[in-house]
Design a protein. Structure first.
Length: 194
């Protein structure tokens, strides 16, 4: 290998959320009238408000992981959910009760499993997020069961294939980030979630 190639391989990769935006918008801005936009104080999906406008999938600040996560939610949301603000889901911020946390995890494991695929397409480290530091710091949150759900869903999609829009986005990310790993050949283990 030439010196320039060796040098570029040893440099840490910078993960720019603008790349994720560009890939998403290239894939879906025209076909689904939806744009991915950074800079939001909180993630939020806003359906188009009349003809001539487009659906806006807003992710937090310029956070790479937030962009991937919000796209995962969008890829799972069906046609009716994509017509509702924030896909019609409730969101309780930090400080959820144990019961609210359980409800959160029951709908959140699928987007996080899909985010794991997207992260691997970008060669980006995925981290499961129970999104409840209050319960965690009080020692009342064991994320092992949630991690197992995320893992099981990732393995299931690996066998049967990704949802259609997720598959399109995954392939586009692989091209953009030069990973080009077929989803069926990815590695998913509990050790990766530790």
């Amino acid at each position: 290998m030439g010196a320039a190639v060796m040098e570029s391989l040893s440099e840490p990769r910078l993960f720019d959320s603008a790349q994720v935006e560009r890939v998403f918008n290239d894939c879906f801005a025209d076909s689904c009238n939806t744009r991915l936009l950074g800079g939001a104080a909180e993630p939020f999906y806003q359906p188009a408000e009349g003809s001539g406008s487009c659906h806006a999938l807003n992710y937090r600040d310029d956070f790479f992981a937030s962009a991937l996560h919000e796209v995962a939610h969008w890829c799972i949301a069906g046609a009716q959910r994509r017509l509702q603000p924030d896909f019609g889901y409730w969101y309780a911020p930090e400080g959820r009760s144990a019961e609210q946390q359980n409800s959160f995890e029951l709908v959140e494991y699928k987007p996080q499993a899909l985010e794991w695929f997207f992260s691997q397409a970008c060669a980006y480290r995925f981290q499961v997020s129970p999104d409840n530091p209050d319960l965690a710091s009080a020692g009342m949150l064991d994320i092992t069961a949630f991690q197992r759900r995320v893992l099981a869903q990732a393995l299931a999609w690996q066998k049967v294939g990704l949802p259609t829009r997720a598959g399109v986005f995954y392939s586009a990310l692989c091209r953009e980030f030069c990973t080009c790993i077929p989803a069926a050949q990815l590695s998913f283990t509990m050790a990766q979630l530790a």
